[in-house]
Design a protein around this ligand. Structure first.
Ligand code: FMN
Length: 477
């Protein structure tokens, strides 16, 4: 099984030329400002900040973690040259063939190198950045996982939900949206008048961010999922106060409780849509009993922002796989690829490539993709293309839209669809839960399939011959 130690991952990235070190940036504005610039283009290195003014040397911050296809692939144990569709197929396989391997409890781990409890707990010792210029404060939880146990079963859920930090180093505010598994579990405790025990990891190997940020189904433990696809049990220690499982190699972890009605002002915070969508709200407080951290700990940040950003790109692989499975689950054949484009936060834009098999097939695929559970939330554009188009290559997709769409026939506007107040174009005013979207059939018209002009690019056969003979002079793809 791959190492689940962030430091091994960093060594791997450094070896791959994918790590940028930065010394001396302020946590109040400069770390966030540097990450903002790094995130504007995909494929730039991950950034490790040290020597942060006002904090102990070695107390580091890592950001821009999974904004590269190579790093997303290596994190899942896939080859460095995997394509986006290879990553989608990885999750397709997971969704059809998931194996569960429960975590393994061990007695000790590096996370226990430093343990503070009670009044000694102090989150303020870490250089928690204010990530966006107009955020309401520093956010210690972005590249994090929140660990809870269902009160009625042994289901352990991990979810990535943001946490704001305050001048009081014993507390953090938790923003978990209604209906997320963490919210459902928390409310189960609160309905019984009990505090909800919680453990939070804010420095960790990126595999935990991946599973914390994707929609692993209700009742299935994310630790079991990692164990299943990496082929070995995740080693965990028992949180001393809550008994919740915490990865042995966590960099920084804390545990505590959320008491019903205990609220604090949170926000605003820059969101995955690319806007400051919410304002200031009263949200649940995590009161911290125990803080554990490694020597020279690394805080991990995954910062939502104008896409591309670390909140959305790698989640598109999972979402694409889920949409693909749900189209097939509706009984529709012929899907060759699905891509939830990063510029739409991996939600606003979906492209599906199909082998057209019958009249109306493309329209059917578009309508289902834009409405199935994995694709419907906040979608704005669903485009269906022929199988010769790579759905993850936007130049090819736009070419298909420019040359295979008759706007009189091929655009359907659908109103009153499932959205969210985070969507700047949602309606009605006040509730903001609905939107309108367009489904675009950008396939060659079925009735012209035999007469449509031939494509002016080498055939697959010609391409293969050229590549076999001329590989040494050809550019990298
Ligand atoms: C970097 C990042 C930040 C996120 N922030 C939040 C958040 O603050 N609140 C929230 O409800 N979901 C947030 N999400 C989305 C959830 O992590 C995601 O929906 C996940 O599937 C939730 O886990 P669950 O299905 O176990 O509830 C975030 C995701 C990522 C990757």
């Amino acid at each position: 099984m791959n190492s689940l130690d962030l430091r091994d991952w960093l060594a791997q990235m450094e070896h791959a030329g994918d790590l940028q070190r930065v010394a001396g940036a302020r946590r109040e504005d400069e770390i966030g400002g540097i990450v903002d610039i790094y995130q504007r283009r995909m494929g730039r290195p991950t950034v490790l900040f040290d020597d942060i003014p006002g904090f102990r040397r070695g107390y580091r911050v890592l950001a821009n973690i999974l904004t590269s296809r190579k790093r997303a692939a290596l994190t899942l144990g896939l080859p460095a040259n995997s394509t986006d569709l290879d990553l989608v197929r990885f999750w397709r396989k997971y969704l059809t063939d998931a194996k569960a391997v429960p975590p393994a409890f061990v007695n000790t781990g590096p996370v226990q190198e430093n343990v503070q409890s009670g009044t000694d707990v102090n989150l303020c010792q870490f250089p928690t950045p204010k990530w966006h210029e107009f955020d309401g404060g520093p956010y210690i939880g972005t590249g994090c996982i929140v660990i809870m146990q269902d009160p009625d079963s042994d289901w352990i859920n991990l979810g990535t939900y943001r946490l704001q930090a305050y001048d009081d180093g014993h507390i953090a505010a938790l923003m978990v949206s209604k209906g997320k598994h963490g919210d459902i579990i928390m409310r189960r405790y609160h309905q019984r008048g009990q505090p909800c025990p919680v453990a939070v990891v804010v420095g960790m190997h990126p595999i935990f961010l991946v599973v914390g940020g994707i929609e692993i189904p209700y009742g299935i433990g994310e630790y079991d999922a990692i164990g299943g696809f990496l082929g070995g049990a995740v080693p965990v220690i028992k949180g001393p106060r809550t008994g919740l499982p915490i990865p042995t190699h966590a960099e920084i972890a804390f545990e505590g409780t959320i008491t019903p009605g205990d609220l604090i002002k949170e926000g605003p915070f820059g969101e995955w849509t690319g806007y400051y969508a919410g304002g200031v709200r009263n949200l649940p407080v995590v009161r911290i009993d125990t803080l554990m951290y490694r020597n020279d700990p690394i805080l991990t940040g995954a910062v939502p922002a104008v896409p591309p950003c670390d909140d959305t790109y790698w989640r598109g692989h999972f979402r694409s796989a889920a949409v693909w499975g749900q189209i097939e689950g509706a009984g529709v054949p012929g899907v060759k690829g699905v891509w939830a484009h990063e510029a739409g936060g991996s939600r606003f834009w979906l492209t599906i490539a199909i082998e057209q098999m019958y009249p109306g097939h493309a329209k059917q695929v578009g309508l289902i993709a834009s409405q199935c559970h994995a694709g419907a939330y906040a979608n704005h554009y669903t485009v269906v293309v022929d199988e010769d188009i790579d759905p993850a290559n936007m130049e090819e997709v736009i070419w298909a839209m420019c040359t295979r769409v008759d706007p009189r026939e091929d655009l359907d506007v659908i109103k009153g669809c499932w959205s969210t107040a985070l969507d700047p174009m949602s309606y009605p005013e006040g509730e903001r839960s609905l939107n309108a979207r367009v489904v675009i059939d950008a396939c060659r018209p079925w009735t012209k399939r035999d007469t449509f002009p031939r494509v002016a690019r080498s055939t697959k056969e010609m391409d293969a011959q050229i590549r076999a003979k001329w590989a040494h002079v050809l550019p990298e793809e």
